[in-house]
Design a protein around this ligand. Structure first.
Ligand SMILES: NC(=O)c1ccc[n+]([C@@H]2O[C@H](COP(=O)([O-])OP(=O)(O)OC[C@H]3O[C@@H](n4cnc5c(N)ncnc54)[C@H](OP(=O)(O)O)[C@@H]3O)[C@@H](O)[C@H]2O)c1
Length: 339
């Protein structure tokens, strides 16, 4: 098999495509011939040495794939053979073959391409957990989605629209026309201006009921200020720390020292809530995650889940794919295709 290997910490030059012996499915597992593997911001941070959950290097990243089941292990229903599936992979997904537990696969809806299938698991599970589960967004409420043009951001927009909320989002200005076409009510340029006064003007100084913030550090403090009474802040990333070498280390340090503390009495007196999410720490909650995934895949049929793939890169162009995401050029998902 061929795998995308992150050989060490650094720039895109540490990424290599290497050949390894084909894996065999163990009991309870299936072997998937990968047709598309999702690329996530975590993969960029892992390469930069800023992702504590990453496996020891050299490592193969990849949290999600779509493909065709090629073999099943002992005690695994043979009916999976030949089925097109989407799967969560605890790393190792950026390979031409991968073995996963049969509990981590679901059938790919027939209306989706393999690329669209690989764009679903991480983005939509994260978005669903943030918006519908922990954020408990209600019809008629307001939500601010930071980086709404990214993979998780677009998925969160789908979930929020399904619920019937009014949507605000920050993104690079080049993405605004596309975002409005996708149904975003208010696109805010946060690269060339301070987004907080703009949001306050748009909401007549009230703020919003739910904010999704993957930027981290001082941004969390600012987002907290933008919450309306009964508002909730969901924190789930530190994109702002991203950067290779010393830049990244300094960025992470800045995130750490500018991270706010939330006092219970202040939360109580201001009627605000804060929560965090790390989907990568939900592996022992398989039933919960499978339940969300079923709702999401049903949403494909119902039309409200609209996975959007910006670009597919062959494995041999993984360096270009990382540079694309890191350079903030992506709208929605970037996937890698074994070649
Ligand atoms: N906790 C979890 O369970 C979980 C799960 C999935 C993702 N995440 C986090 O959610 C965030 C989004 O992930 P994603 O995979 O969907 O990525 P993404 O949003 O598709 O891609 C990155 C986008 O983030 C924005 N961005 C903001 N600061 C950036 C920076 N310093 N460098 C590069 N881009 C930056 C850019 O868009 P604009 O500048 O146009 O806004 C860029 O296009 C990441 O922080 C990721 O780690 C967390």
């Amino acid at each position: 098999m061929r795998q995308v290997v992150t050989t060490g910490n650094g720039g895109v030059e540490v990424l290599r495509v290497q050949e390894r012996p084909d894996p065999k499915p163990a009991a309870g597992e299936v072997l998937i011939r990968v047709r598309a593997a999702g690329l996530n911001f975590a993969d960029i941070l892992a390469r930069q040495g800023l992702y504590p959950d990453a496996p020891k290097k050299p490592c193969v990243m990849g949290y999600e794939v779509s493909g065709v089941v090629e073999a099943v292990g002992e005690n695994t229903p043979s009916s999976w053979n030949g089925k097109s599936v989407v799967a969560l992979t605890r790393f190792g997904g950026q390979s031409s073959l991968v073995t996963v537990s049969a509990d981590q696969i679901l059938e790919l809806p027939t209306s989706l391409t393999f690329e669209q299938g690989a764009a679903i698991p991480v983005n939509y599970l994260t978005a669903y957990a943030l918006v519908a589960v922990m954020g408990a967004l209600q019809p008629g409420e307001t939500i601010l989605i930071h980086n709404v043009g990214g993979g998780v951001g677009l998925a969160a927009l789908d979930v929020a629209r399904r619920i019937g909320a009014r949507t605000y989002g920050t993104a690079s200005p080049s993405k605004h026309d596309f975002l409005r076409e996708r149904g975003l009510d208010h696109a805010i340029d946060y690269r060339n201006q301070d987004w907080l006064p703009v949001l306050m003007t748009l909401t007549e100084s009230r703020g919003v009921e739910l904010i999704l913030d993957p930027l981290g550090g001082g941004h969390w403090k600012k987002s907290y200020r933008a919450l309306r009474s009964t508002g909730r802040l969901g924190m789930f990333g530190v994109s702002t720390a991203a950067g290779p070498g010393l830049k990244g280390k300094l960025g992470l340090l800045k995130v750490v020292w500018s991270t706010p503390w939330f006092h219970p009495l202040a939360l109580m007196n201001r009627n605000k809530g804060v929560f965090g999410l790390n989907l990568g720490h939900m592996w022992d909650e398989g039933d919960k995650v499978q339940g969300w995934m079923k709702v999401i895949l049903e949403g494909v049929g119902e039309g409200w889940v609209r996975p959007y793939v910006d670009q597919s890169f062959p494995f041999s162009q993984t360096r270009e794919a990382h540079a694309y995401l890191e350079g903030r050029k992506n709208v929605g998902k970037v996937v890698l295709i074994p070649d």
